[in-house]
Design a protein around this ligand. Structure first.
Ligand code: HEC
Ligand code: HEC
Length: 497
């Protein structure tokens, strides 16, 4: 996938209804476990053949890797090729600060099968490109020859020397700081916050300028070994060069860098799957009392389009009384965007997506075979914004742009069967009540609905059962771009009897 970093995609695309069938998972019929898992969970972003050239990729920064390019960021080897274990570690942790979530809830054997599938796609891609280059050079190769060359190029090299973690001494830290100034500050800034000038680096969208790693967005972990690997092996897929250092220098530098990174960084932004077990209450609190009576669970969010200021966490509070479930989302948003703007931007919003199946495809908003039920609230309906043209070419009008009165919020429960699928309203379903409030730079959105289900298009929520849920928050102050949306991975909700 090649595109510019500034590509901005109209928010309206998220609402578009068209007749495209479900994603790649729907039509492939793979037999091998790794291929099956890949088709189900990964192809939507990385492409069925690992070329990263998917419709979804247009909305993501950083974009999903094209495995065929053979460029990876999290590696442990001298030649920059990931080992199977490197890939497994990436799958287990995900890559915080991007939409590459943690797949740690899959059994180890599945993670291994997926890592092998990534390696297979990388090999197939490299073999093809070697064969093509040979033909162009007038010296065609047999498939075996091209494959043998590809295998040689992609074989993971020796592991880099990471040294060992120890309690750093003052001279060691001073040495680390000196080395940092020499090898690192030119890109990362002396304080690790990045340099404004690097923001202008042209990117193809798969890699980013050096981000503020003091904010704790570490794709690859914060242990001594993780940081030493990044430093000694570099991040080939991110254009971070490996540093030539002795073991003692590596240890000193890692100690210094660790001091720049907050301790919470190890899992603060990592999208681990969490289980929320909710005991039954006698009565549900009223909206104003929710925050003080229900203990929140903090869930991290990943912005689709990277920006340091994105909404990156939500507090979730859930309660039920055996008849009704209450879910409150609370998040920070300094700008209250609930007035329609002439540019068609979408306004603030929140959504909870529920899946009925145990192991649903992430992110793709369900599939035709496994639809999801989405409860959502938007400060206003962007499709009603004056002058806005949706994907079908229809011009909507009717909103008082920039007017004094906030437009009507839109609250609905819909069923989605994959990206681009038509949303089925759950019209005959149970009524969904949403109450929102913006105060002191924070939104709360409180959803209430009866347990059970009335329509086949809505999720049945019962006591003693598990249901998977994922969250999305829109920050309407970011105009017309996928950047206004931040998402979570699937989590588990269990209402106890
Ligand atoms: C929502 C889209 C999405 C899905 C689904 C997804 N990925 Fe990714 N993946 C990404 C993005 C984005 C990146 C780049 C992240 C970065 O550079 O920070 C990435 C990066 C990767 C990398 C590169 C690691 C490296 O060292 O550079 C691997 C390997 C990978 N994904 C494997 C998978 C596998 C296997 C699955 C399925 C289990 C999967 N991904 C599902 C979006 C996705
Ligand atoms: C040529 C520029 C460049 C140099 C020199 C460089 N880096 Fe980086 N570094 C990057 C880029 C680009 C990234 C990826 C940015 C991102 O998306 O977070 C990165 C990422 C990182 C990360 C985040 C790793 C993660 O898990 O996400 C750390 C930590 C880091 N660099 C440390 C260092 C240290 C220490 C040095 C000096 C030895 C160094 N870098 C030298 C460009 C550079």
């Amino acid at each position: 996938m090649r595109r510019t970093a500034l590509l901005v995609v109209p928010a309206a695309v998220w609402f578009a209804t068209c007749t495209t069938p479900a994603g790649p998972a729907a039509n492939a019929a793979p037999t091998d476990r790794g291929q099956q898992l890949y088709a189900r969970h990964c192809a939507v972003c990385h492409g069925a053949d690992g070329d990263g050239d998917t419709p979804v990729a247009l909305f993501l920064l950083p974009g999903p890797n094209a495995f065929r390019d053979g460029l990876f960021k999290l590696v442990s080897t001298q030649n920059g090729m990931p080992t199977e274990d490197d890939l497994i570690a990436t799958l287990r942790r995900g890559m915080p600060g991007s939409t590459m979530m943690s797949w740690g809830w899959l059994p180890d054997a599945d993670l291994r099968a997926l890592a092998q599938e990534v390696q297979r796609l990388t090999l197939v891609g490299r073999t093809e490109s070697i064969a093509r280059t040979a033909v162009a050079a007038g010296q065609p190769l047999t498939e075996e020859q091209a494959r043998a060359t590809a295998e040689r190029q992609l074989r993971a090299g020796a592991t880099v020397d990471t040294g060992a973690a120890s309690d750093p001494t003052a001279p060691q830290l001073a040495e680390g700081e000196r080395l940092y100034g020499l090898h690192c500050a030119g890109c990362h800034g002396q304080d690790g916050r990045g340099l404004p000038t690097t923001r202008d680096w042209p990117t193809d969208g798969t890699w980013l300028w050096p981000r503020d790693f003091t904010a704790g967005y570490l794709r690859g972990g914060v242990s001594h070994r993780d940081l030493a690997l990044r430093i000694r092996a570099g991040m080939p897929g991110a254009h971070m060069p490996p540093a030539q250092l002795s073991t003692a220098e590596t240890e000193a530098l890692v100690s210094f860098v660790q001091g720049l990174i907050p301790e919470t960084a190890a899992d603060h932004h990592a999208q681990w799957r969490r289980t929320l077990r909710v005991p039954q209450r006698q009565t549900l609190p009223n909206d104003d009392a929710v925050a003080t009576t229900i203990e929140p669970l903090r869930l991290p969010l990943a912005p689709l389009w990277w920006r340091a200021e994105a909404v990156d966490e939500v507090l979730v509070r859930v309660a039920h009384d055996g008849a009704t479930v209450l879910l409150q989302l609370e998040w920070a948003d300094a700008t209250r965007s609930d007035r329609a703007a002439a540019d068609g931007s979408m306004g603030d919003g929140a959504a909870i997506q529920f899946a009925r199946s145990e192991d649903p495809p992430l992110f793709a908003m369900g599939s035709l075979a496994e639809p999801v039920n989405v409860w959502r609230w938007h400060a206003f309906d962007p499709k009603e914004t004056a002058g806005m043209i949706d994907l079908l070419g229809a011009r909507h009008s009717g909103l008082d742009v920039g007017g004094a009165t906030p437009p009507r919020p839109r609250t609905e429960s819909i069923e989605l069967g994959g990206i681009g699928s038509a949303a089925a309203a759950t019209g005959s379903g149970l009524p969904l009540a949403v109450h929102t409030q913006w105060r002191d730079g924070r939104w709360t959105a409180t959803f209430r609905r009866q347990l059970g289900a009335r329509s086949p298009h809505e999720v049945a929520i019962g006591t003693g059962e598990r249901v998977l849920f994922a969250l999305a928050i829109w920050d309407g102050s970011i105009d017309r771009s996928a950047a206004s949306k931040a998402i979570s991975t699937w989590h588990v909700l269990e209402l106890q009897r």
